[in-house]
Design a protein around this ligand. Structure first.
Ligand SMILES: C[S@@+](CC[C@H](N)C(=O)[O-])C[C@H]1O[C@@H](n2cnc3c(N)ncnc32)[C@H](O)[C@@H]1O
Length: 422
């Protein structure tokens, strides 16, 4: 076990711009870049954690990689960072990244940086680390773990995590400071964990801290993908919130969209009926639906949520039909929302594209986006033909074209007001 003092490390290698904030560059080693947490994600979490009343003590990351998440927590919370990383070169990179952040945010109190330490070794060797770092029982304010996982794992099994949860909890439990809600822990897990594996994680946590609060957090940077899945435990869980979904803003520092839900309140889903003119059709963020938080969000958005009809035949484009408009049809969780103005019994192909454009023009449409599955070879040609024909015409509304799952009819949906075209 080797202790490294960040300020004593000489810079080696090249630093590369962060994926979310180009003006910030980080060091990575041993191909650690793809494993690193983007700064926007790291700071979103740090800002969130800053709302909690953390006990005093250090921030410990026992598999810290390039140390980016560790640097975000330590600088934001003004707590000394204690990082452990098996790969020595990555441990050195973590030191350099802590130095970068300490310099960048030099208006912050720098005490945290002077007292930060990195260890190159096994993150479960708590006694050795504690004795070298002078840690006593209860001196870790926050434990975080973003374990390594095999690159091409199909199962995302819990025993594949390196280091694994039981050995980390076993090792560090005596050192964690306790709040009235238990210790403060954030686990950064695979976004592909199934419900069964999530239950498995909860069982492990419960075996160490029975009855402790837990908040699952899904994070998405858009495009319908879940990018991160975290479990916030004990003093950093939100009481009575079991699930949270965060759609990060497109730009660093912008507003994120957040939805939270208490105990599992999944509503009965009504199946799709034949489409009707004037009903509303909304294509939702697939990641929101995957997180299971869509019902909580819809109950904020629709006055009669029980009347929603679901079409989940395309997991990439989960779609609902409903009777009244959404309260906010340009909300970040909405891919597109519009009112059915025409129901067309036509295949979507090159023979019919002119008829479809003519229908759009008759409905005052200025731009029409195809939002249903079409052969990848012909999709650009169809969309190109629509765009060319509608260009310079007098329509005033945007619209999208989707396909009804059971009848196969095309639905021309006009957007009120003009929607963003994501
Ligand atoms: C996903 S990365 C962490 C990335 C980090 N959150 C960041 O922001 O850069 C996981 C790291 O755990 C390290 N690791 C695996 N087993 C370990 C162990 N037993 N002790 C310490 N580190 C370990 C790997 O070398 C890898 O760098």
């Amino acid at each position: 076990m080797e202790a490294l003092v960040p300020s004593e490390q000489a810079t080696t290698g090249q630093c590369v711009p962060d994926a979310s904030l180009k003006e910030l560059s980080f060091y990575h080693a041993s191909e650690g870049k793809p494993l690193a947490t983007p700064w926007q994600v790291a700071m979103t979490r740090a800002d969130y954690i800053a709302q909690f009343d953390l006990p005093s003590g250090v921030v410990l990351d026992c598999a810290c990689g390039s140390g980016i998440q560790l640097a975000a927590y330590a600088s934001r919370l003004k707590r000394p960072a204690l990082g452990v990383e098996l790969d020595r070169q990555r441990a050195v990179a973590s030191c350099l990244n802590l130095n970068t952040i300490a310099t960048r945010y030099s208006t912050f109190d720098q005490g945290w940086h002077r007292r930060s330490l990195l260890f190159s070794g096994d993150g479960t060797s708590s006694q050795e680390i504690a004795s070298q770092a002078g840690l006593e029982s209860g001196s870790v304010a926050l434990l975080m773990l973003d374990p390594a996982r095999p690159r091409n794992s199909r199962t995302h099994g819990l025993d594949e995590m390196q280091p694994n949860l039981p050995s980390v909890f076993e090792a560090w439990k005596p050192y964690l400071a306790l709040t009235q809600h238990g210790p403060c822990i954030v686990l950064d897990l695979s976004p592909r964990l199934t419900q069964e594996l999530r239950d498995g994680v909860e069982t492990i946590v419960e075996s160490f801290w029975p009855g402790v609060d837990k908040t699952w957090t899904w994070m998405s940077r858009g495009g319908g993908r879940v990018d991160r899945l975290e479990l916030w435990i004990g003093g950093v869980a939100t009481p009575n919130v079991t699930k949270r979904f965060v759609r990060l803003s497109r730009t660093f520092g912008g507003d994120d969209a957040v939805i939270e839900q208490g105990d599992d309140m999944k509503q009965e889903r009504r199946a799709l009926q034949p489409a009707r003119r004037n009903e509303w059709v909304t294509i939702l963020d697939a990641a929101l639906v995957e997180s299971g938080l869509v019902d909580a969000w819809l109950s904020e958005q629709l006055s009669n949520v029980a009347d929603t009809r679901w079409d989940e035949s395309s997991p990439r484009r989960p779609r609902i039909h409903h009777n009244g408009p959404l309260k906010d049809s340009s909300h970040p969780f909405v891919v597109a929302s519009g009112r059915v103005v025409e129901i067309l019994d036509l295949p979507l192909d090159e023979t019919n594209i002119d008829a479809i454009v003519a229908t759009a023009l008759a409905n005052d449409i200025s731009a029409l986006t195809i939002r249903c599955s079409v052969d990848a070879d012909i999709q650009p040609r169809l969309q190109g033909s629509i765009d060319r024909q509608l260009r310079n015409r007098q329509g005033r509304r945007k619209a999208f074209l989707t396909r009804h799952a059971t009848t196969n009819h095309l639905l021309l949906c006009a957007q009120y007001p003009k929607n963003s075209d994501t």
